[in-house]
Design a protein around this ligand. Structure first.
Ligand SMILES: *Cc1c(COP(=O)(O)O)cnc(C)c1O
Length: 409
C-alpha cells in the first residue's frame, strides 16, 4: 500500500489499497487485455526474467489488472493484524480463474504423494471432489473428521504423521457449521503443520483467519468479494512471502489457472462496496432467520446467528457477524419445500451465493445431487432442506415474498 497514512477503515482499504499507478491518468486501472508485455531492449528483457525489473512479462504470470485485485484482497485479509515482530502483517495474494483453480494451486504446491490433508466433513463439494478424485489419484490422502470436536482433530494429528496440511472451511455449506480456527490452528502448530482456511462465506470483513496464525487463506471471489455475480474467480493468500513468490507462484503459473483482465476488473469494482453490502446482507439475514424460526410452517432453521445453532458460540468468538447464509426445512418436508421454492416471486432460484439478490436452492436435488442419500444425511442435508443466500433487497419485500410462498407451501 503506497498511501501517505495508514487507512483505518475496511471500506477505505477496499477502495484505496492498491498502489498501482495508472498511465494516462485514468481513474480506474484499465482492463489490460494483453497476453504479453514488450521489452525496449534485449537487456530489459533479460532484466525482467532475472527479476531485476519487476515489469510484467506474460499474462499467465501476472497482469496489472490482476495486481490491483490482489493488492486489495491482501490488504483486507491482513488489515489491522500484526506479525510476530509487531509490524503490520504482509500477505501475498494470487488471483486465479476460479476458486477451484486457486484450491488446486494450494493443494499441489503444499502436498506430494504420501502426504495427507486433514479436513472437516462438511466441505464445499468441489473441494471434496478435488481432494478425493484428483489429489487421490496422485497419492495424496484425505482424512475427514468433524473438526468441531477438537478431540477428534487431536487424535487424528497424533495418529497420522503423514498429515501435512489442515484445511478448514468455516462457515460451511449448507448447515452453516463453524470450526474454531484458533483452537484447530493451535493443535496443528504444535506439530508444525500448514493450515489453510476457506474464508469464502465470511469475507475478510467478518472473519480474518490470519489473526490466528494460519498460513493460507482462500476465497472463491465469485461470491461476496465480487458480490454482483458477474465473474468466476478465486484467490489464494499466504503469509510466507518467500514461499508464495517462489513455489506457490511457480505452481500457479505452471498449472495455468490464471485469471483474466476483464474478470479481475469486475472483481475490483465489486470489492469496493464490500463493507456496505455485507452490513446489509447480514442485517437482512438476521431478520429473515428470526422470521423463519418463528413461522409455524418451518420445522427448523440452521443459522449460526441463532442461539439454537450448535456453533453459535464459535461464531460469536471469531466472526464480526454470522453472515448471510442459512438453510431451513419446512414441516411438510420435501413436497412442501418444492412448492415453496416454486411459489417465490422475488427471490431467485439458483445455486451460488453472495450476490445482491437472494438466491434459493435445494441441496438434495441440486448442489449435493451427486451424493448418496446416506452421505447427504451425514452432512445434515435432509431431502426437504432449503439453502438461502440472503441478498440486499429491502427487508419488507424479502419477508413478504417468503411469507406469500410459505402460505402456498
Ligand atoms: C464456490 C465455492 C468454492 C469454489 O469456487 P469457484 O469459484 O466456484 O471455483 C470453494 N469454496 C466455497 C466455500 C465456495 O462457496
Amino acid at each position: 500500500m503506497n498511501k501517505k497514512f495508514p487507512l483505518t477503515g475496511i471500506s477505505s482499504v477496499a477502495i484505496h489499497a492498491s498502489g498501482h499507478e495508472n498511465a494516462d491518468y485514468s481513474h480506474l486501472t484499465p482492463i489490460y487485455a494483453s497476453s504479453t508485455f514488450t521489452f525496449d531492449s534485449a537487456q530489459q528483457g533479460s532484466d525482467r526474467f532475472a527479476g531485476a525489473d519487476k515489469t510484467r512479462i506474460y499474462s499467465r504470470w501476472g497482469n496489472p489488472t490482476f495486481t490491483v485485485a490482489e493488492e486489495i484482497i491482501a490488504a483486507l485479509e491482513s488489515f489491522g493484524i500484526q506479525d510476530e515482530s509487531g509490524n503490520p502483517l504482509r500477505v501475498k495474494a494470487l488471483l486465479h480463474a476460479s476458486g477451484q483453480a486457486a484450491m488446486t494451486t494450494l493443494f499441489f504446491s503444499t502436498l506430494k504423494a504420501g502426504d495427507t490433508v486433514l479436513t472437516h466433513f462438511s466441505l464445499y463439494g468441489g473441494t471434496q471432489e478435488l481432494l478425493q478424485k484428483v489429489l487421490g489419484d496422485t497419492g495424496v490422502k484425505t482424512t475427514i473428521v468433524d473438526m468441531r470436536n477438537l478431540n477428534l482433530v487431536e487424535e487424528a494429528l497424533k495418529n497420522d504423521p503423514s498429515i501435512k496440511l489442515v484445511h478448514i472451511e468455516t462457515p460451511a455449506n449448507p448447515t452453516i457449521q463453524c470450526v474454531d480456527i484458533d483452537a484447530v490452528t493451535k493443535l496443528a502448530k504444535q506439530r508444525n503443520l500448514l493450515v489453510s482456511v476457506d474464508n469464502t462465506f465470511a469475507t475478510p470483513y467478518l472473519q480474518q483467519p490470519f489473526k490466528y496464525g494460519v498460513d493460507f487463506v482462500f476465497h472463491s471471489t465469485t461470491k461476496f468479494l465480487n458480490g454482483h455475480g458477474t465473474a468466476i474467480g478465486g484467490v489464494l493468500l499466504g503469509k510466507d512471502l518467500e514461499f508464495m513468490r517462489t513455489r506457490v507462484w511457480k505452481w500457479h503459473a505452471l498449472l495455468g489457472g490464471n485469471s483474466n483482465p476483464f474478470d479481475a476488473f469486475l472483481l475490483t469494482q465489486g470489492i469496493k462496496t464490500l463493507e456496505i453490502r455485507m452490513d446489509r446482507h447480514c442485517s437482512n439475514a438476521m431478520k429473515v432467520a428470526e422470521y423463519l424460526a418463528g413461522h409455524h410452517a418451518i420445522a427448523h432453521v440452521n443459522y449460526n446467528g441463532l442461539p439454537s445453532h450448535p456453533d453459535f458460540a464459535v461464531t460469536q468468538k471469531q466472526m464480526k457477524h454470522p453472515g448471510a447464509l442459512m438453510s431451513y426445512e419446512l414441516k411438510g418436508g420435501l413436497d412442501a419445500g418444492r412448492r415453496f421454492i416454486d411459489a417465490l416471486q422475488m427471490c431467485v432460484r439458483a445455486v451460488s451465493l453472495g450476490t445482491l439478490d437472494t438466491l434459493v436452492s435445494h441441496p438434495a436435488t441440486m448442489s449435493h445431487f451427486g451424493l448418496k442419500p446416506e452421505e447427504r444425511l451425514q452432512y445434515g442435508i435432509t431431502d426437504g432442506l432449503i439453502r438461502m443466500s440472503v441478498g440486499i433487497e429491502n427487508i419488507e419485500d424479502l419477508i413478504a415474498d417468503l411469507d406469500q410462498a410459505l402460505q402456498k407451501a
